[in-house]
Structure formats: C-alpha cells, structure tokens
Write a protein that binds this ligand. Structure first.
Ligand code: ATP
Ligand code: MG
Length: 223
C-alpha cells in the first residue's frame, strides 16, 4: 500500500434540522484515508454512519469543517464541480443494489458511461464481468439473479469508471452470510489492487474475518 492520502476531514460537523429540533449527527470528525485502504465504518443505528459516508462521497455538505479529497476542498465546491469529481473518481454501492429492472446486467453495468457521456468500452465491461464471475449473467435481467449476484453487478457498475475510491452503505444488509462474505472478499481484493474501499456495516462478525481498518462511531463521534 502506498501512503498517499486521498481523503481527509477536519473538524467535520453535521447538524440536521428536524422541525424545531437540531440533530447533531456528526461531531468534530477528523480522519484520514490513504490510497488502497480497506476501511469499515461501524456503530449502532443513528450513530452517523450514513451521514459520514454521504459527506465523504460528496453527496451532502457539512454544517462546518473541511473535507479534502485529492488536495481539493470538496466541502466548498459547487454541485457541478462536485458532480465532475464524483463521476471521475467515486463509485457508490447501496444496500438495495439499485439496479434497473428492465435493463440487462450488461446494460446496468454500462450506465455510468451514459451518465458521463463516455463511449461504451466493451472490453472494459467484459474484463470487469470476468473478474466478478458475471460473464454468464450478462444477458440476464436483475430479477433472474440471486442477491449476491445483484450486488456484484452493482460493484461492476461502480468499477466501470475505474474510480479511486469505492463507498458502500450496508452493502451486505440484504444478503445471507455466505454472500456477504463473498462481497467483502471482493472488497478486500479490490483494496489490494489499489482501490480505496470504505464500507459502512453493522456486521461485526463479518468484519472480524477481514483485515480492515475500523472506524467506530457513537453519537456522531469517533470512539
Ligand atoms: N435528513 C435528515 N434529517 C434529520 N435528521 C437526520 C437526517 N438524516 C439522518 N438524521 C439523523 O442523524 C442521525 C444519524 O443518522 P444516520 O442515518 O447517519 O445514522 P446511521 O448510523 O447510518 O444509522 P443506521 O444504522 O440506522 O443506518 C440520526 O439521529 C438520524 O435520525
Ligand atoms: Mg445508515
């Protein structure tokens, strides 16, 4: 692993307004993530895991504090500029896969090319499908796949732009333990290849089987 810092936060705070009430979801979060690190964000429900992931990935803005991605302060960027960075460097994987049911596996994987107005690179798609053992599924629709396969399609879709960093929010929340293990194995392999992987999970048992850096949140603070 090299020591290049790709993501850093300084005194990150997030306060949500819920009617009159202020919800202090993150408190003074300082963290540094290096290239190729495999990082798990852990903590009980409501501890701020999703909030932190959404800030780190540029989907939401902090109330105060800095987020520095590749030496650029993304917390100050306009949406359009942020969108450019996300589409170039960031892959996102969701608990419920978010595949398009009427598209084939192949088409689902190619979607980022359309959103980024890039040319569909057939070779790249086959290379990634091969790596994730999806070649025989490329013509299927999501309803014809197992949950584990659906999540692999979502990972393939995230990888297609060759992102620097992958974020996943409870990616195994809808999977049985065997499939969950396989998905984490894929993340581990990807991190060894140089991808930076940041995963939110509740699953301590699963995490204990992997060499992953743990960030524990409690009431919006790192503990
Ligand atoms: N859009 C919002 N508006 C108001 N409060 C919010 C909003 N999103 C999250 N919160 C609150 O912020 C706190 C942190 O929420 P967050 O979703 O980050 O927790 P989490 O650790 O991801 O929980 P879970 O494990 O249940 O997904 C909670 O108290 C939550 O109710
Ligand atoms: Mg959450």
């Amino acid at each position: 692993m090299n020591n290049e810092i790709i993501l850093k936060t300084e005194k990150l705070n997030k306060i949500y307004l819920r009617g009159e009430e202020r919800v202090w979801a993150l408190k003074d979060i300082d963290l540094t993530i290096k290239k190729g690190e495999f990082v798990a964000i852990l903590g009980p429900s409501g501890s701020g895991k999703t909030t932190l992931l959404n800030l780190l990935s540029g989907f939401d803005k902090p109330t105060s504090g800095k987020i520095i991605f590749l030496d650029k302060e993304i917390s100050l960027m306009k949406e359009k500029e942020l969108q450019k960075i996300r589409s170039k460097y960031v892959g996102f994987i969701f608990q419920n896969f978010l595949l398009f049911p009427h598209l084939t596996v192949y088409e689902n994987i190619t979607l980022p090319f359309y959103f980024n107005k890039r040319k569909d690179k057939k070779e790249k798609i086959y290379e990634i499908a091969e790596k994730l053992s999806l070649i025989s599924r490329l013509k299927h629709r999501p309803s014809q796949l197992s949950g584990g396969e659906m999540q692999k399609v979502a990972i393939a879709r995230a990888l297609i732009i060759e992102p620097l960093i992958l974020f996943a929010d409870e990616p195994t929340g809808n999977l049985d333990s065997e499939n969950a293990f396989n998905i984490f194995k894929i993340f581990e392999t990807l991190s060894k290849e140089g991808y930076t992987v940041v995963v939110v999970t509740h699953n301590w048992e699963l995490i204990s089987k992997f060499n992953v850096r743990k960030i524990n949140l409690k009431d919006g603070k790192i503990v």
